[in-house]
Design a protein around this ligand. Structure first.
Ligand code: 5AD
Ligand code: SF4
Length: 576
């Protein structure tokens, strides 16, 4: 088969970015090449998100754009991967016949085979001349394939024993040049929390935890390839827990394990050290066993699952970052109840106080930075509920917060049983008001950093620099398109309104090839400074000018800087 070229575009969360990276690796191993130009590709893949409707709309419009091309080139193979594929399955193929292959997030290990079949089938259809007069292949529908997991959530033990997805993570190939010093590592999949608004427990299935040795091996392999910053991923990452006595081994491979609950809140797990690896243990092990990882992060945390043991481990292990992303979703106890969040506002704030007591050390250049997520306009939210959310945001002092207008998602409890009764105009007003409150706080926090010295991880050329170099928005998007998020905001939330974090540095995507094309020799004299962007360990975005001839060499390194000024929520610094 001649070499096929793939265009792969990713929407949504970091979990999706990692999935895309792994899929791209396995396709590369089979001889597929990748392009950032969709119009030049033989295979177009969209890795989708269905957490909010807006994310879904983007995929629909991309698919719509492909219709004409597919009519002219029926051999083009189009695939939809990820959460939308899981949720809408065969309905999606019916609604959008341009799609040949669909693959839910739980079946991605089978994608190469599906794709190979689709590509061959299309070639033989074309070769066999079975094309309708309108250019469409005659047996089109027979060649369409959809792979979903069982959305009724398989028995978790069985699912764990069968979880061949682990092989996808285990087979990860890391080349020393394509990561920019940073990488994601998955530690848990799925979610058992069932917040009433959320599709994730349905699209990603039951929570399972990877064996700690697999995670450590992966970190070591990444470190050997030059990665110095690892972000551990899980929907409720701090719920990680692996019981060794209960581990299942198939064909010599220890399988991931279903979530075996321990809800001790502040208390340390009684089985800690006795055959259980807790989240605290895992952090400590990675820190101690893979010293080449200079920064260890984790997202996203669930507020109730934070024991003091985790906070202690973060405090006592210097390479673990002082950054927590802990969504509150609302400040109203009534809303938290209908959202099924499992905590009250006071408990949440109490957790923030505990975390700050353990971890906030600005005098050592290590202030604790916290970010949150909120949903405004959830069914039945009153002005009083919303005022409670504003009060919580004032108290919490997030470095930034992602604020979403409630979006009803088919399949969720809120969609089935609650009326989306907050008018759009009210959602918009609350969204804007909360954004304004958070913008003021983010600005205050940014100003507090002026004069402080931080180590920053240089992630790449700033977006402003790219603009200066004459890159159009479209070009920037293309440069991110191989396996990455679209949208200039935080990679987690491509349709969020956010203040603080969605500055320039957010266009950098972890695990992506570093794009240095904007340090161009055509930019002007080569000694003209280039603006780079980096992050503190607390995840504050910092801009820094570097001489053009040094800039490329600085990317992917951790260097000390002093913050000179805070401007429009962004920090500007110089090397010390
Ligand atoms: N509507 C709006 N926002 C949502 N989120 C999840 N589901 C929905 C929904 N149906 C937000 C939550 C979550 C983030 C990833 O997306 O704030 O933390
Ligand atoms: Fe969704 Fe709640 Fe699970 Fe987060 S904790 S993924 S919001 S169900």
């Amino acid at each position: 088969m001649p070499q096929r070229t793939v265009y792969l575009e990713t929407f949504g969360c970091q979990m999706n970015e990692l999935d895309s990276e792994l899929v791209a690796g396995s396709l590369r191993a089979l001889g597929y090449a990748f392009t950032t130009d969709a119009s030049a590709a033989d295979v177009v893949l969209y890795n989708t998100c269905s957490v909010r409707e807006q994310a879904e709309q983007k995929v629909w419009s991309r698919l719509g754009e492909l219709k004409a091309r597919k009519a002219a080139h029926p051999e083009l193979v189009v695939g939809v991967l990820g959460c939308l594929a899981e949720r809408d399955g065969v309905d999606l193929i019916k609604r959008m016949p341009v799609v040949d292959v669909m693959c839910g997030p739980g079946e991605l290990d089978k994608l190469p085979t599906l794709l190979d079949n689709a590509v061959r089938t299309r070639e033989s259809i074309i070769a066999g001349g079975t094309i309708e007069p309108d250019g469409r292949p005659r047996i089109r529908s027979a060649s369409q394939v959809a792979l979903q997991g069982n959305t009724s959530r398989r028995s978790a033990t069985l699912a764990a024993a069968e979880d061949s997805l682990e092989l996808l993570d285990l087979s990860r190939s890391v080349s020393p040049t394509d990561h920019g010093g940073t990488a994601y590592v998955r530690i848990t999949r799925g979610c058992n929390k069932f917040c009433t608004y959320c599709v994730v427990p349905f699209t990603r299935g039951a929570e399972i935890h990877r064996p700690p040795d697999h995670i450590i091996d992966e970190c070591k392999r990444l470190a050997d390839a030059g990665v110095i910053e690892v972000t551990l991923l899980g929907q409720t990452v701090n719920h990680y827990r692996f019981e060794h006595g209960a581990a299942v081994t198939t064909n010599g491979i220890t399988q991931p394990q279903k979530g075996r609950a321990f809800t001790g809140a502040h208390r340390a797990d009684p089985l800690r050290g006795a055959g259980v690896t807790t989240f605290a243990d895992l952090l400590a092990r990675i820190h101690d066993e893979v010293p080449a990882i200079k920064r260890l992060r984790f997202v996203t945390s669930y507020p109730r699952d934070f024991g003091d043991d985790v906070l202690q481990v973060i405090r006592d292990h210097p390479r673990i970052c002082r950054y927590l992303h802990v969504p509150a979703q609302s400040g109203s106890d009534r809303m938290l109840g209908v959202m099924n969040r499992g905590y009250e506002a006071a408990e949440y704030l109490d957790f923030l106080d505990r975390a700050r007591a353990f971890l906030d050390q600005p005098e050592l250049g290590r202030p604790l930075m916290i970010s949150g997520d909120f949903i405004v306009g959830f069914p039945s939210e009153t002005d009083e509920d919303f005022r409670a959310t504003v009060a919580l945001v004032e108290r919490a002092r997030y470095k930034n917060a992602f604020i979403f207008k409630y979006s009803p998602r088919p399949g969720t409890v809120a969609y089935d049983r609650m009326t989306d009764d907050v008018p759009e105009e009210t959602k918009r007003r609350r969204n804007n008001e909360l954004l304004a409150v958070q913008a003021r706080i983010s600005d205050e926090i940014a100003r507090e950093q002026v004069g402080r010295t931080f180590d920053i991880m240089i992630e790449g050329v700033s977006k402003q620099q790219k603009k200066r170099a004459g890159a159009s928005h479209g070009q920037i998007r293309k440069s991110n398109a191989v396996m990455l998020t679209v949208g200039g905001k935080d990679p987690t939330h491509d349709d969020a309104s956010s203040n603080g974090a969605c500055g320039d540095g957010c266009s950098h995507v972890h695990g992506a090839p570093v794009d240095t094309s904007h340090i161009s020799h055509t930019d002007g004299p080569s000694n003209e400074p280039v603006q780079l962007s980096g992050r503190t360990d607390g995840d504050l975005i910092v801009f820094i000018d570097a001489p053009a001839h040094d800039a490329t060499a600085l990317i992917g390194r951790i260097l000390p800087v002093r913050v000179d000024r805070a401007e429009r929520l962004a920090l500007h610094a110089s090397f010390v």
